[in-house]
Design a protein around this ligand. Sequence first.
Ligand SMILES: [Fe+2]
Ligand SMILES: [Fe+2]
Length: 196
Amino acid sequence: MNSKIPEFREKLQKKLNPGRYEHSLSVAFTCICLAMRYGYPIDQAEVAGMLHDCAKGYDNDTIIRHCEKKGIEITEDERKAPAVLHAKYGAWLAENTYDIHDQEILDAIACHTTGKPAMGLLDKILYVADYIEARRDKAEDLPVIRRLAFEDLDEALYQILEGTLNYLGSKGAFVDPMTRKTYDYYKQQRKGETNV
Ligand SMILES: [Fe+2]
Ligand SMILES: [Fe+2]
């Protein structure tokens, strides 16, 4: 175990509401399980899961203000859908207030809301863990995605992206273009694989 985990827990518990804190622990444990399954270092996966929502204690306006103050670039799309920004700001907080300098952990936190094309293994583990963790109970496809996550991580990732786009589409909500770009990338990859 990373020796700083108890310290991270203590700090997060003060910063996040109880439900969000519980979710963070659950994502951390799910990241551990997926890391075991796919051969990623367990300690790093646990830290990424634990800290991924460390910026969730702030509202959107505060996050935007903090980003501007710290010189963190905000795209026009992120201004339209600021909910995704907690990922980017979370990566900044992880580096600057939790003293994390492992680039793979920071990258995974930074892309955990939208994904990105050509994600690394930890990026995928965190993205999928965030969706399937045991405390989640709303999405109807959870039993299927949970099983799939341990059989084929890329396919689970693809199906989560597809489900997210369909859900946002049905609500007429704004979709951050990075989510669409990620989906298109993995759709293409999947097509390539099935054509072999
Ligand atoms: Fe998040
Ligand atoms: Fe989360």
